[in-house]
Structure formats: C-alpha cells, structure tokens
Design a protein around this ligand. Structure first.
Ligand code: GLV
Length: 313
C-alpha cells in the first residue's frame, strides 16, 4: 500500500527528478513544477511535496500534506517559512555532502595558504614574484558542528596532518577531533586556530550562534562558513574582517541568498564568495532518498531520513 500517490515537485524540472521517480514508481502521479510555479491547487491536490524550500510565500502548514521531502541535507527552509503541517513527515536527502564540503574547505584552505590569488595576479602581470607559501600540515583546524558533515571535514584535514578541535551542542568526544567543546566554551577551544569552519544546521539554537564575541576570539584565523549563513552574525563578521581580526573568510552560505549586490561582503578584499555550491545535491541522491523513505513508510517504519522538526536536523 503506497504511503502517498500524489506528489508535487517544486524544484527545477530540467533535473529530471519526476522522470526518475515515475520510472521507479509508476504508481505515483507526479506534478513536476518549478518552485515559483507551484500553486494552491497543486498543494491542495498533493500528498507529498519535494523541494528545497516551500513554494515562495507559501505556508505549507495550511495544506493536508502527509510528507515533505527536502532535496537538500538541510530542512531549515521548511521550518522557517511557516512550518509544516503538524502530522506531516519531514525527510531530508542523504548524499556525499560531507565529502563535497570537505573538498571545498580543503581547496579554500590550500588556496589561502598558497596565496593562489597572488600567484594568479603576478602571472597575469608577467611578474616573477617569489614568496613562501605556508603549509597546511600542523595547522589547528576548528570545526563548529561535529555532525556527519563536520566530522567528514575533520577527517580530510586530519589526513593533511592538522590538529582538530570541534565545537558542538553536547561537547561529546568524537573522532577524529582531539577535543570537542560545548558551544558555551567555543571561544576558548578555538583560540589560536588557523582555520575555523562553521558546518552548522540552522535551528533556533544555532541562529546567530557565531556572534561578535566568538568572532573576536578567533583573532588571526581564516573563517569558512559551509553550513548556513544565519548561524553567524553577518554584520559582526563584516566588522571583524574590516578590522583584520580575521585573516579572511570563504563564505559559501549567506543569511540572504542570492547574496544581494548591495552586500558589503562583495567589497571585502579578504573574502572569497561562492554561491552555495559546496554541497550541491546530485539528482540521483534526491530520488534515492525519497524512494528509500517511501519504502520505510510503506513498511510502517520510521525512516532514518526523518528530521525532528523540533530539533531542526
Ligand atoms: C544544502 O545546503 C543542503 O542543505 O543540502
């Protein structure tokens, strides 16, 4: 017995998610729309919604959806905009996010230590400009958020011979971190870190967690945000970057995306901006996760892909 039959996708139809779903489950009726084209009629008709966020300006809690599946690892987009129907299941996509984000962070760290921007500039100007790149081996790396993604990031840096310090809600010890501190002790634990990587989901507890006080405790560090922009006080971040408290930053996520053209981040010479691409989701991962959760629900079981809406991850 199918858990749901009528599914609306509010994503990018060119991804072919609907085609893949229909091929695997011909019993499903799938409406394949872009997020902006999903209307009231579709949501009233559907039993399940698949997307990264609710359709723009829509409160999903008004509809009788049984299930909402996020095309990403994060579900904050659903919990933020009016929430989800009280009895609906909320699931996320599982995939190689940790690996992709880790590679992004390693690339950014090496680019900064090897000053690739300077090399590029010198080459374009036909200048033989010698300098001494620094090594990643021996660097202290702080990771805020020691879940699956943060731990994968840490493992990759550990392979370069870095020392790893984690910060998490519980402060529970977990490999490969040499030490894990609670959020309350973040400043002290991260002091002296060469790189600090924020890999937090956005929840009521993590919103603005990386505040001015914590940022000022990171003197001399290079900051990377690969979690969610709103976990960091962005105004304070701009300030510490302007003042040179931080060596620089690589920012892949922002409180408002796309990052508005008026954002001061664009102007900061020590900031590298990327458009939320460090953990892009592969289409097959979305389909596989949806089908896996569907099979779990059809067996009457809880799915490991379910998210606790209260906790937010
Ligand atoms: C991306 O940020 C995701 O949540 O998958």
């Amino acid at each position: 017995m199918s858990f749901v039959r009528r599914v609306v996708i509010g994503d990018r139809p060119e991804r072919g998610l609907a085609r893949a779903l229909r091929a695997e489950r011909p019993d499903l009726t799938v409406r394949d729309l872009s997020r902006d084209d999903v209307g009231e009629m579709d949501l009233s008709w559907a039993e399940a919604y698949i997307g990264f966020r609710p359709p723009r300006g829509t409160q999903l809690s008004k509809y009788e959806l049984r299930w909402i599946h996020s095309t990403g690892a994060g579900v904050d987009g659903f919990l933020e905009f009016g929430g989800i129907p009280s009895n609906a299941k909320l699931t996320r996509t599982d995939g190689a996010f940790g690996l992709r984000i880790a590679e992004y962070c390693v690339a950014r760290a090496l680019a900064e230590l090897q000053d690739l921007t300077r090399c590029e500039r010198a080459q374009r100007a036909r200048r033989w400009e010698f300098f001494t790149p620094r090594e990643l081996a021996g660097c202290k790396i702080g990771v805020i958020g020691t879940g699956r993604i943060g731990s994968e990031v840490a493992r990759r840096f550990a392979a370069f011979g870095c020392s790893l310090v984690g910060v998490s809600r519980s402060g529970a010890a977990t490999a490969p971190f040499e030490r894990v501190a609670t959020f309350a002790r973040a400043g002290e634990a991260l002091r002296g870190a060469d790189f600090v990587i924020a890999a937090l989901p956005l929840t009521a507890e993590t919103r603005g967690l990386i505040d001015a006080t914590l940022l000022r405790a990171l003197t001399g560090a290079y900051f990377l945000n690969v979690g969610r922009g709103a976990t960091c006080d962005e105004a304070a971040l701009v300030e510490v970057l302007r003042e040179g408290v931080l060596r620089g930053a690589a920012l892949d996520v922002f409180a408002e995306e796309p990052l508005p053209r008026s954002s001061p981040f664009w102007e900061l010479p020590t900031v590298a901006i990327t458009p939320h691409l460090s953990a892009r989701t592969a289409d097959h991962e979305i389909v596989a996760s949806f089908l896996r959760a569907l099979a779990d629900f059809e067996r009457g079981e809880a799915s490991p892909l379910e998210v606790d809406p209260q906790r937010g991850y």
